[in-house]
Design a binder for this molecule. Sequence first.
Ligand code: MG
Length: 198
Amino acid sequence: MNSDLNGRTRIAVDLDGVEAEFAEPFLKFRNEKYGTNYTKADIFTYDFWSVFRVSREQSIKDVLDFYNSPEFEKIVPIPGSQEATSLLSKKYFIAALTARPDFTMDKTLSWLEKYFPNVFSEFHFTNHFAGNGKSKNKSDFCLEYGYEILIDDYHGHANECARRGIDVFLMEQPWNWETLHPKVIRVRNWREIQERLR
Ligand SMILES: [Mg+2]
């Protein structure tokens, strides 16, 4: 169940904050909209409403507006992610597991095709914040699809998956300084993940 026909271990990889540099273009979009000056270092939590001191509803709407903006299509890969993920895909079964809503699917798949061709074998959109589809936890996806390893940048997903027996690598970011489940391994970059999964 947990490996494919070639016996490969199945890895679920998050996109934003792991493969995709979401924060910079989102902040550019948001700063222009509100005339503010936030930088990536200011994002101490993924609860953006606490960072920007607005309502939760407004905060979610800003992100949804960003998905529909031209800035969203200017997202670039995180340094080292393309080479590392491509190498891992030779040995492991790689699935994309993103909290993006499913209305971003066409743009997201085009982006992956552009920067990560032939790397991902499966794609899942968990619709974590609204969107059209139904929301399901990342750990539900991991258990349902037999992903034994998760690579993510949100401590919430990381801890939740670790509690349910999944090995987790957490990509260090300004928004994930919180205490982690003992099974979560914190890494600083893709090189460290590569070394541990070689
Ligand atoms: Mg993420």
